[in-house]
Design a protein around this ligand. Structure first.
Ligand SMILES: NC(=O)c1ccc[n+]([C@@H]2O[C@H](COP(=O)([O-])OP(=O)(O)OC[C@H]3O[C@@H](n4cnc5c(N)ncnc54)[C@H](O)[C@@H]3O)[C@@H](O)[C@H]2O)c1
Length: 344
């Protein structure tokens, strides 16, 4: 199949594009590379287009003829959305309308990388896809609005409400809950738990999420609509305790949990993902312990850097914004014939 992956150079997109290429699909990764490209040697069957989705047009769809569009691009967490609310709306809502309209006109099925955070604060029940959506904050509001638009206007659209993702990806993020707690457990032997740690925060391993996309692509008869995707339903303190136990039993580190208790009513929800499991045969297979082990292995052999600013979206985007202001004043840092390869 021909698959167009927007945001395909990101934390989820990179292993997704690699897997789809390995499965023999023709994959186009449409991504300007805000965080660089981390494919190593570009896999056979994968083509990289270093552009924003706003540049996509009907001619591109005529040329690429995608059977599927996997729409992952956007600003991908609360801190980024709070830092740049108008850009968040442009990237998460308006750009989704643009991609969705082009995909519909071209007859391509679409999977939208939404977020389970659209459920907001609803921690008592196990939420299925019929539970009310009640987003808190710019990020979740933009995802919920984009979902509504797609479900109303795209005839074969799959909205994936993704739990928070964990585990190692070639394009690493440490600004995700499990990954960040594992990092400080390793580097500082400490895990900070904010807001009392009672918020329920479902997790899913990045490779299990890739499995879910593959399952959707493989299941012709799967009904379009909304699907939750997750693997655990622990609250933050429970999650931190699992990480602490694993650090002790497998990585010879005693880790302290430091809880600060200022209250807030932020997102908290527990997910049921049985709809996708029953309809597609997909099932999550990796655990928090797996994520901890692979991150510790990477930190241990220095194949993962704890200080790379690109591993925190907000830190990196603030640096890019600052650099943009300076570069607008100074002009380019490199001469045209300088070799920029060291930057990658
Ligand atoms: N990681 C998670 O825990 C999680 C959970 C729920 C939902 N999501 C959603 O899944 C998607 C992917 O998340 P991720 O963790 O891989 O994020 P990421 O930030 O690692 O990747 C996003 C990618 O989108 C690209 N991008 C940004 N603006 C673009 C544009 N205008 N055109 C084309 N590409 C653009 C970036 O360069 C980046 O490579 C996002 O939409 C995010 O909101 C992520």
């Amino acid at each position: 199949m021909r698959v167009l992956v927007t945001g395909g150079a990101g934390y989820i997109g990179t292993p997704l594009c690699v897997r789809l290429s390995q499965l023999g699909h023709e994959v186009v990764c449409w991504d300007p590379g805000f965080f660089g490209y981390h494919f190593g040697e570009t896999p056979a069957g994968l083509r990289l287009v270093p552009k924003r989705v706003q540049a996509l047009c009907a001619e591109d769809f005529q040329q690429l003829r995608p059977d599927w569009v996997l729409h992952l691009s956007g600003l991908s967490n609360d801190p980024m959305a709070d830092f740049a609310p108008r850009m968040n709306w442009a990237e998460n809502m308006r750009a989704t309308e643009h991609v969705g309209a082009l995909a519909e006109a071209a007859g391509a099925a679409l999977v939208f990388a939404s977020s389970a955070s659209v459920y907001g604060f609803n921690p008592e029940l196990l939420l299925d896809e019929d539970a009310p959506v009640s987003p808190i904050g710019f990020y979740s509001e933009s995802k919920a609005a984009a979902e509504r638009w797609l479900l109303a206007r795209h005839s074969r659209c799959y909205v994936l409400r993704q739990a928070t993702v964990m585990g190692r990806s070639p394009r690493m993020r440490f600004d995700l809950l499990t990954n960040g707690m594992t990092l400080t457990a390793w580097t500082r032997r400490q895990i900070q738990i904010l807001y009392g740690g009672r918020e329920a925060r479902p997790q899913i391993h990045v490779e299990d999420l890739v499995d879910a996309y593959v399952a959707i692509l493989n299941r012709d008869a799967l009904a379009p609509g909304v699907y939750n995707v997750g693997a655990t339903n622990d609250n933050v303190t429970e999650l931190a305790s699992v990480i602490r136990e694993r650090m002790k039993s497998e990585h010879a580190r005693d880790v302290e949990l430091v809880v600060s208790d200022e209250p807030r009513k932020h997102r908290s929800y527990r997910l049921s993902w049985s709809k996708l499991a029953e309809a597609s045969g997909w099932t999550p297979r990796r655990t928090v312990a797996d994520a901890v082990d692979e991150i510790c292995a990477g930190l241990g052999d220095a194949s993962l850097s704890s200080s790379d600013p690109r591993t925190s979206n907000i830190r990196w985007m603030k640096l890019l914004a600052e650099a943009g202001v300076i570069l607008a004043r100074t002009g380019p840092v490199l001469a045209e014939d300088d070799e920029p390869s060291a930057l990658e």
